[in-house]
Design a protein around this ligand. Structure first.
Ligand code: SGN
Ligand code: CA
Length: 533
């Protein structure tokens, strides 16, 4: 496997492509000075976060669809969290929760579309710096303000691009790098580890991939992958949303909302919608030769698609297969690149002293309820993969079943660094779990709050509580609907039990727990809603 990049070609905005000034190209193969005596006694942290990568598409969680051997290596040498959740299932808010250890109302970043992250506030990277750590961030940021708390950063603007991506640098200049974004984010990360950090200090690097975000553009060498595979439909692909009006109101259906050009790439020269223009611009980033390779691949599929003139279920299932294949191809590059980072750490003798975390900014629907995208408090999108390769001294192995949430990462990293955990953080340190302990007083419920409405995909505002067995959700704003699920008997959340006879006590207990959490975290929503009535 290719450990070091050949030559990373990057150029400043408006100039021709040339090897990057600080060429990542020919890296020395000899280990840098990282001997045990030289290494700080404190653990390093490599935090790898992808975008929209869901447990269903990671073989250590789910073997139905694809194999992800490198991601699975992390879990095999450490732990797999099987009850891992986010607090607000959407990119910017999720990232803000991770950085601050606080729920959205407290960190101020509630929505991708309306929020700007206040970089003046307390964050975990800043506290790590104060504790003597070097911090670096490479890749997707998506918080609408400049990163703070990092000694080094290179970020993708907004969502970033898959092909020949542009990065914003610390001096605000922009460079465009030739190649596929997942490879380049990894190249830049390895370059920082190898050439830019101070080997005398412990470090925390945040490797934030764009992959596997919509519209799932694959690395060119993987275009043919999975083309012969037929993915199984989830049982509830044809959900009719009976008893769930908020679920019925969304705009994230594979059949009705997935765009035939932008999402499934069936581009005909004469189609002309805003999404088609966006699609053209995205693939227009490829140079002529690569663009030809891309178009040669899609031409026969496109011709066949328009000739068949599919309708109804046939069309839905055809779109599902295209979606699954593209998403799986994008995961393949991601898995390769996680392998490169693990190989690098191993080769440099860093693994014994480094916590490697792999997670995503949230889960995603792979056809469950007929959907793509996320946002809902339902299981597929409230969940997020979380596996950790543990350094020497942390003894846990296998599955961790306790309820954990992305607000826990900040206190965990601070705890690992030996730094105090500020009392105003909402999350709790996972370190006792990583040591193999079974804390008797571990939390029994999680709080969730989604705000981004009205907005793309039209998922209504909601908040709720999830316990080990039940989930209670309140959809509000232009609707006032409660939902109750028994996850043991109805893991796919198809039967809303709210108001059903026999569930009075369960509902009352969950309501009480919900209000307790809202009070504990000081979420003002109940008071706001009461003020309205
Ligand atoms: C884009 C996508 C949406 C996606 C949001 C948020 N549309 O707007 O499908 O839900 O990002 O995603 S697209 O037409 O631009 O592809 S997030 O992960 O960044 O929160
Ligand atoms: Ca995301």
């Amino acid at each position: 496997m290719r450990l070091f990049p050949q030559t990373l070609l990057c150029s400043l905005a408006g100039t021709a492509l040339a090897p990057a000034a600080n060429a990542v190209g020919t890296l020395p193969e000899a280990p840098i000075n990282d001997s045990a005596s030289n290494r700080a006694q404190r653990y390093n942290i490599v935090y790898i976060m992808t975008d929209d990568h869901t447990m269903q598409m990671m073989s250590c969680y789910d073997r139905r669809h694809i194999e992800t051997p490198n991601l699975d290596r992390i879990a095999a040498d450490g732990v797999r969290f099987v009850n891992s959740f986010v607090a607000n299932s959407i990119s910017g808010p999720s990232r803000a929760c991770m950085l601050t250890g606080k729920h959205s109302h407290a960190n101020g970043f509630v929505s991708n579309e309306t929020s700007v992250f206040d970089g003046e506030q307390q964050t975990m990277p800043k506290l790590l710096q104060q504790a003597g750590y070097q911090t670096a961030l490479i890749g997707k940021w998506h918080l609408n303000s400049t990163p703070t708390g990092f000694d080094y950063w290179k970020i993708l603007p907004g969502q970033g691009d898959y092909y020949n991506p542009t990065f914003i640098q610390m001096d605000n200049s922009r460079i465009t790098c030739k190649g596929y974004v997942t490879n380049i984010v990894t190249d830049l990360s390895i370059d920082w580890l190898e050439n830019k950090r101070d080997p005398q200090k412990p470090f925390c690097i945040f490797i934030h991939h764009k992959a596997v975000h919509r519209d799932w553009l694959p690395e060119l060498k993987y275009l043919p992958l999975y083309e012969d595979k037929t993915f199984n439909l989830p049982d509830n692909f044809y959900d009719n949303y009976d008893g769930r009006p908020a679920a019925a109101a969304q705009e994230m259906g594979i059949l009705k909302d997935m765009d035939i050009v932008y999402d499934t790439k069936m581009h005909l020269p004469d189609s002309n919608t805003p999404l088609t223009a966006t699609y053209r611009a995205l693939i227009g980033r490829l140079d002529t030769e690569d663009r030809k390779r891309y178009e040669d691949f899609y031409r026969p599929i496109t011709e066949d698609f328009y000739r068949r003139n599919l309708k109804g279920k046939e069309l839905a299932e055809w779109k599902y297969q295209r979606y699954m294949r593209d998403y799986a191809k994008v995961v393949k590059s991601l898995d390769d690149n996680v392998g490169r980072v693990l190989d690098y750490l191993e080769k440099k003798g860093l693994l014994d002293n480094t916590l490697v975390v792999y997670t995503s900014d949230q889960g995603f629907y792979m056809g469950e309820h007929g959907w793509f995208d996320k946002r809902f408090m339902y299981e597929e999108s409230m969940s997020t993969p979380l596996v950790m390769r543990l350094p020497q001294g942390l003894k846990a192995r296998g599955d961790i079943r306790q309820l954990v949430q992305n607000i826990d990462y900040a206190p965990t990293f601070l705890d690992l660094a030996g730094a105090p955990i500020p009392a105003d953080m909402h999350g709790v340190s996972l370190l006792p779990l990583l040591r193999g302990e079974q804390p008797a007083d571990w939390r029994k419920s999680l709080y969730y709050h989604f705000y981004e409405y009205p907005a793309e995909h039209m998922v209504k505002r909601h908040y709720g509580v999830r316990t080990e067995r039940y989930k209670l959700i309140h959809f509000y704003n232009d609707i006032d609907v409660w939902e109750l699920y028994d996850l043991e008997n109805d893991p796919h959340e198809m039967h809303n039990l709210y108001g059903a006879p026999g569930y009075e006590q369960v509902t009352a207990d969950l309501l009480q727990e919900l209000h307790r959490l809202q009070e504990q975290y000081a979420d003002p929503i109940e008071a706001e809603l009461q003020g309205k009535h």
